[in-house]
Write a protein that binds this ligand. Structure first.
Ligand SMILES: [Zn+2]
Length: 193
């Protein structure tokens, strides 16, 4: 990806994160600081991470994965982890907004960073996608992403239509032999007997 477009995505992600962290400071942990923000654009980097780094809580984003194909409006299904993908509050969704997939992963990974901070503050531990993380992620999702998602029923219907019409188009792409071609084939087959 060209430098200018990368810079735009980083700028967008940074300003989103600033807003999210302000909310964390006001509503959850007043002294939480995100010590590391990594943006990795290499195509081989598949998954993002959030957690505790040497300098403190941080995230590292697999940017190529969220930013690569956006040249115009496109309806996509964004997937969360399988075990909670169907949740209406922390699950996957349909969207035409090119930023919402990145928004979701920023919130997901930030929730991990806050989770490790909570472990330290409260001297506790729990599973990576356990109740502590789910609670933080849900609060972030409900504040910053869920209210901005479009009508999920309508978008799903449109998405299913798209899929059906692609399937139909693929079928009709299979070349059908014309009558002339068939006659020629049969004539050839007949002449061999
Ligand atoms: Zn996770």
């Amino acid at each position: 990806m060209e430098r200018l477009r990368k810079a735009e995505w980083i700028h967008y992600a940074n300003s989103e994160l600033d807003t999210y962290i302000k909310f964390v400071n006001e509503q959850i942990f007043p002294k939480f600081v995100l010590a590391k923000r990594g943006y990795d654009f290499s195509p081989s980097r598949r998954s993002s991470r959030g957690g505790m780094y040497a300098d403190g809580p941080g995230i590292n984003m697999a940017m190529h994965h969220y930013c690569k194909n956006y040249t115009g409006e496109r309806l996509i299904r964004v997937y969360e982890y399988k075990s909670f993908d169907s949740s209406p509050t922390i699950g996957g969704f349909y969207t035409k907004d090119k930023y919402q997939k990145l928004n979701m992963v920023l919130l997901h990974e930030l929730a991990h960073a806050v989770q490790y901070y909570a472990y330290r503050i409260n001297n506790t531990r729990c599973k990576p996608h356990g109740p502590i993380w789910k609670n933080i992620y849900k609060r972030l999702r409900e504040e910053f992403l869920n209210p901005h998602l479009g009508d999920q029923v309508a978008l799903k219907a449109e998405y299913d239509d798209d899929v059906a019409s692609i399937t139909k188009r693929r079928k009709s792409d299979i070349p059908v032999a014309t009558k002339k071609e068939l006659d020629a084939l049969f004539a050839r087959a007949a002449s061999k007997t």
